[in-house]
Design a binder for this molecule. Sequence first.
Ligand code: LFR
Length: 488
Amino acid sequence: MSILAYDLGASSGRALLGRLNGQKIEIDELHRFPNEPVQAGGRLHWDILRLFHEMKQGLLKAKHAGIALDSIAIDSWAVDFGLIGENGELLGNPYHYRDPHTDGVMEKVGGKLTHSFIFERTGIQFLPFNTIYQLAALREANSPLLREAKRFLMIPDLLRYFFTGEMLSEFSNATTTQLYNPIAGGWDGDLLAGIGISPSLFGPVADPGSNAGQLLPSIVRELGIPAIRVIAAAEHDTGSAVAAVPSATRSFAYLSCGTWSLLGTEVNEPVLSEQAMRLNFTNEGGVGRTYRLLKNIMGLWIMQETKREWDRAGREFSYPELVRLADGAPALRAFIDPDDPLFLAPGDMTPRIHEYCRRTGQRPPEMPGEVIRCILESLALKYRYVLELTELLSGRLFDGLHMVGGGIRNELLCRFSANAIGKPVWAGPAEGSAIGNLAVQWMARGDLSDIWEARRVIKESFPVVEYEPEQQEVWEDAYGRFRRIIGY
Ligand code: LFR
């Protein structure tokens, strides 16, 4: 029996085939396609129809390989959405959260929507690109899209709607909008009223693992395949990645490591304390109504953008080359706060790294190896800081850190992370989101009994590499310097 997970990441989308053989998961990449935002008319958009086309190519590849699919599910990054008009058609191309139209909006959203008012209702961290601010920006711009919109769907909801014709919002992703109230268990009318958005745009919210219909007859005809069952997985990629953390114990710390680094722990109730708000932690919904108490860290984005900067300038390095150069560069010289707003927008990063270093009285890294080393060491030190805050907020002590996601292929980062936190790092699996997506489908199908059986099977199916902390004295000293420089 085969199932398919679509995982749409920051530069590519994948269709991953999953088979469960007894207690072993086997995965196979069936189709990979670019997922590049498109700049047009001064705005950064999703290329949503091309993606849908590529997703259908995945189904055709399965057909041509003689594989009968029993179900499919989609996951992608959070906060972005499409709006549906009266006739059921998508209005416009969805915007990408790195579009600058939300600049300054979070600060401007006022009235009774104070930070504590919003946090008490949602438990979600304040990020300038949250859906609430994207919608507020559209409202402020008097966008015709909003005038015409009848329904709001997050990106995986939207693609699933293209497959099934049914509109359904999925819980893990719904919580990331900062418009969903997990205590009341629904979209928050006060918040919607506060930004002037009609609650009628928002439909029912389904748990991860819900049945979400089947392929439309028109798609079945177009592709010449049987009607396949469609499941709403944990459609937020981080929700899927955390579902795939191969922990045997209930109290564990994770780092979902990719374009973003998401570090935290899984809890049964959202932590809505003043302190959680002040530290800007989030409580994103997960599988089985758990919550991800975590903090966003800017992640490998800064390195990816630096590579693109050098590519544009004709200095092309491969990732392994960059990591090798960083490995050979002098250790623990200059640090940045990866989460400084300076680093959020796309574009050249080295001038911003230089600006940050000058601002904080450090000698900026110059050679490519030095720049990458500065980024990776700063990330690792930031992980330590956020891990300590996670312990503080959750009242738990962690004996190591699980790292999942594509970023674990960067062994230098894993090594630095173990050194920075002074505890072991357990790295694996790299395909976290897609495997979590598959696991939730097997749970929905009754092939895995619950998330703990899923995690056990994942642990048995994929290698986990352990990194022991080294050079503890120098890293301890570096952490002190790092905290002084970033001002925490
Ligand atoms: C990771 C992620 C994060 C979210 C960011 C923007 O891919 O989904 O969880 O904060 O992207 O949506």
